[in-house]
Ligand binder design. Sequence first.
Ligand code: WTA
Length: 638
Amino acid sequence: MSKTYDVGLGNNDSDLRKKANSDFVSFWGKQAKNLTWFSSWSQTLDWDPPFAKWFVGGKINASYNALDVHQNTKANKPAILWEGENEDSRILTYGDMFTQVQKLSNVLKSLGVQNGDRVTIYLPMIPELPITMLACARIGAIHTVVFSGFSSTSIKDRIIDSKSKIVITADGGYRRGKIVKLKEVIDDAIQDCDFVQHVVVVERTKNAILMNSRDKLWNNLMKNISDSCDAEKLDSTHPLYILYTSGTTGKPKGVLHGTGGYLTHLYSTFKWAFDIKDSDVFFCTADIGWVTGHSYVVYAPLLHGATQIMYEGAPDFPNASRIWNILEKYGVTIFYTTPTALRMFMKFGDDIPNSFDLSSLRLLGTVGEPINPEVWKWYFKTIGKEKCPIVDTWWQTETGGMMISPLPGLETIPLKPGSGTRAIPGVNIAVVDDDGHELSSNTKGYLVIRNPWPGMLLTLWNDDEKYASVYWSKYKNCYYPGDYALKDDDGYFWLLGRADDVLKVAGHRIGTAELESCIVSHDDVAESAVCGIPDDVKGEVIIAFVVLKHGITKDSDILENEIVDKIRSNIGAIATPKQIYFVSKLPKTRSGKIMRRLLKSIGNNEQIGDISTLEDGTAVTEVQTAFNEIQKAVKDKL
Ligand code: WTA
């Protein structure tokens, strides 16, 4: 039995859970009224499995709810306290954001962007990024943000898949003191994309860039344009954005989110988990290129009229004090980060955070990966000084917002390090076996979500079939997230990592199939298998097993460099394997499935013993030989 931590904020609204349990549809209908609607809905939920439509007939606009609604009371309140990696700083009030967003909306219109068009955004963490997203939302365009660490090939695939008319980028971005030349990456990506009509360039780093005929400078476009643009009255189900994420298939999936349901989910969870108050200074370290940044940097804080920090650079640049420095400087009250960042901070030692005044903190959060109990305890003690609840929030790109989390803004329950506690109100989550039967407590199984929820993805962009098969085919009318979990005797959920072929490296989602197909695209490679092995900072790191084509005699160091270059240019640096092993064959079952679980054990230098009993119908001797060779290759590199 793990020790519990009774630390809360004094909130106890048990009635809300009761209402949610008795009728989740009308419960969410009530929550949706916290937003401003142009006209109300006629049907709260239209559930035609696996497609859910929330607040059907209602008219709403995300940009209006993030900005217009605050103009009477908060025009002078800072929305974004921005800090550049090089210590530049900018303050944007709700009034400033309102002006900039309306101007950019008019710019987009003048460039021919219409309701429903897609706009690709490839920007560093600068205020122009949320401004662009909100301008798209204002006129009904669908934004598709691509993380600024992705390579030109990844961007190209995403631009082609979404058929974006316009791309918004910057000359460059700062990362660890160096300039990342983003405009060059875009030039490379869109060479053959004639359907891209314009590229808008924000000047951030002022490095020299090539301006082609379709390129326009942000500052020029924003100069003589009206600062008034009414928000479009959009259907609640109008698509707000596409965000590509990795899955078990070779290509990233375009997760499509809607408006009314998504915003309702964010408004509610931000209030319940973070207990947000007008006086708070919120800081989420996520890059907006990922879903945490979309939901809890851009939309949720702005819906609440909150003040937040937006930081451009690496958390340990120029040194290990950077984040604590920001916390002290701005008097941050709520801090939301990842277990990977915390493990790194913990390694730097306690003296660093202890030399800063962190007394403004009142609530802490984590997201993205399981948090080790010892890291949780360090966070609680060294950063939160034993007075701040920690919200360990489980959710996914597809869920839109938090699904399992302690909710100190709503109720006080004992916390257990490493557990996300319970599902949020109005969401029905269970742990089941392969046949979909609910498991008894303390038994590992698959997490499932048994009802639709408002933040749920609408579908996958242009691929309803894949949407149905990836998420809704394993269990009838139940959403399958692909995570292992168990529920303990107190009904608390413990998330136990991915159950599918998706890796989580430093909190980033990487599909093994995507990476393998990239490695195999190298001319000398015949086959490849990648898997993740535990790492004490990144949670998991990638190792790759590579079989070369017959007769290749190239030096393995050269090959390794070539493969790494290929991964960097096709996907991005985040997918670089820690180790590449060249072997002559991969262990497979008779049906041709790579025995990844065993590869993982070997990569982790664990003894796997006799494998003859492990997989039915396998060519045992052949596999054993492959394993012996692999085991040797791993040992040789140690
Ligand atoms: C994992 C990130 C344990 C999980 C918001 C999920 C977590 C995947 C947690 C989604 C957590 C996220 N504890 N595991 N608190 N939060 N995960 O789409 O495996 O980048 O399925 O969304 O991250 O990753 P994604």
